[in-house]
Design a protein around this ligand. Structure first.
Ligand SMILES: Nc1ncnc2c1ncn2[C@@H]1O[C@H](COP(=O)(O)OP(=O)(O)O)[C@@H](O)[C@H]1O
Ligand SMILES: [Mg+2]
Length: 461
């Protein structure tokens, strides 16, 4: 149900608190009714005693104690729980915050007359809180009034995002109003690894965030050690294996991903030794160029389209710890033969990043610091979906999300596997990567996904 936001809502919690206390005090006083009656009768008979003050002191004391309880409940219990009362109080807090934001931003007008100052205009905002999905729906006026543009140009939405630590998901315009949806509880959008279901051209990241690889082709996953880059890749690789058998994995640090070479179906697709890695990139490039020729031949007959239209399967190259690869090769002497193949691989990678999309050759790069020194700008600029696991430092934020204005704050202090994502030109959103269960076996998981693809007869060429 939508609730209208009022000027007085900025004190909503305080008002409710005061009213509750008043009610409790009233209740206690009524309960002490007989006591008061006795005292009154004694007073009428001319008997006085300090003890007669006891019920007054007691009711004040009880009210104060109750007030302290309510305060503790609001501060400590409510944020951690989701029962009926907690939900109600969370809604109260959100309403209060929205009202406060309108007031602090000055999106309202006052006027005065003989009786004093009054609110001449207060924008018509309505709020609905969906606790189940952790969403907040805000209806804002686009009604020709003075502050209309602050709403329609998302100025207000941006403040809401910052103040509530929420992410704007959608904005729809209709007559005289716009409706923005925010996610204020990103963990509610987390998916579970085992439940991920890719569709043609689309991989699931979290509820409401998908990777449409044909549109937002290449991926960058940055973030400090231990923030969850590799785990996020597990979720992506698993889904890719359902979509296509052409998934190539590079892991120069020889960690979890390198181990995938022990999965029979992947044994020729996983590379972790320096010389192998260069060759893998070069091979990937060669395959891309071969496809380019085939497609050119098809197009020579006048047909139009991209690789999918001609029945080709997509290819993916997943490159974890790209920075380590760069450093390993940077140290090589110029006459080292590996250096030459490294140079070729790097220049091929640049071309794959630029030409791959139409041909169905995609790359995904995972690294800690995607600075221009270790990831050429020409490649970085072609990485269309950007993920940073954990909160980026200001420096990294400039590299990964150059024109972000939103303040990025931690989503959890005890859970791993969350970060920020920007797909194409959309704004940066916070997200939880698919949850990897404790008893997880990487190789089994990949085998299961390969089996799904094989059962669908999805072999491609
Ligand atoms: N999505 C996730 N689900 C469950 N645990 C995770 C997730 N992401 C990260 N973790 C935890 O964090 C640790 C580090 O993650 P990892 O992907 O290896 O980090 P990185 O590759 O960025 O160094 C993992 O060993 C795991 O315990
Ligand atoms: Mg890793």
């Amino acid at each position: 149900m939508f609730k209208k936001i009022k000027y007085s809502d900025q004190y909503l919690a305080k008002t409710l608190f005061k009213r509750t206390l008043l009610f409790v005090w009233f209740l206690v006083t009524i309960c002490f009714g007989f006591w008061y009656l006795n005292i009154f009768q004694s007073l009428m008979q001319g008997q006085y005693s300090w003890w007669y003050l006891l019920p007054v002191v007691l009711s004040l004391g009880l009210t104060a104690f109750f007030g302290w309880g309510v305060f503790w409940f609001y501060r400590s219990y409510v944020p951690e729980h989701s029962d009926f009362i907690s939900k109600y109080l969370k809604t109260v807090e959100l309403r209060q915050m929205i009202s406060l934001l309108i007031v602090s931003k000055g999106f309202f007008d006052t006027a005065s007359d003989d009786n004093g100052t009054f609110i001449a205009y207060f924008p018509k905002l309505k709020l609905k809180v969906l606790h189940k999905t952790g969403q907040l729906i805000l209806q804002e006026p686009v009604d020709g009034q003075k502050y209309m543009e602050s709403f329609s140009k998302n100025e207000f939405d941006n403040v809401v995002e910052i103040a509530l630590l929420a992410d704007r998901q959608t904005t729809e315009f209709s007559k005289n109003k716009m409706i923005s949806t925010f996610a204020f509880d990103p963990i509610k959008f987390r998916r579970r690894l085992k439940e991920l279901k890719p569709k043609k051209g689309l991989l699931q990241i979290s509820k409401g965030i998908d990777w449409k690889y044909d549109t937002f082709y290449n991926v960058l996953i940055s973030g400090n050690v231990g923030t969850g880059k590799s785990y996020t890749m597990f979720a992506i690789i698993g889904q890719l294996l359902q979509v296509t058998k052409f998934v190539y994995i590079i892991d120069p640090k020889r960690s979890d991903l390198a181990g995938l070479k022990h999965v029979t179906e992947l044994k020729n697709n996983v590379f972790s030794v320096a010389s192998e890695i260069n060759q893998a990139v070069i091979d990937f490039y060669t395959k891309m160029m071969a496809r380019a020729e085939k497609i050119e031949a098809i197009k020579a007959s006048g047909q139009v389209g991209t690789y999918k239209d001609f029945g080709f399967a997509p290819y993916f190259l997943l490159f974890d710890e790209f920075g380590a690869y760069y450093e390993m090769n940077d140290r090589l002497a110029y006459d080292d033969p590996t250096k030459a193949s490294y140079e070729t691989a790097m220049s091929n990678l640049r071309e794959i990043a630029m030409l791959g999309r139409e041909l169905g050759f995609y790359i995904l790069i995972g690294m800690q610091r995607p600075d221009a020194g270790s990831l050429p700008m020409a490649i970085r600029n072609q990485l269309n979906m950007r993920i940073n696991m954990g909160v980026p430092t200001p420096e990294i934020e400039k590299m990964v999300f150059p024109d972000n204005e939103k303040q990025l704050r931690p989503l959890s202090s005890h859970l791993k596997g969350w970060g920020f994502i920007k797909i194409g030109d959309s704004q940066v959103r916070s997200f939880f990567a698919p949850e990897v269960p404790k008893d997880f076996n990487l190789h089994e998981y990949m085998r299961e996904n390969i089996a799904i693809r094989e059962s669908q007869g999805n072999n491609g060429r």
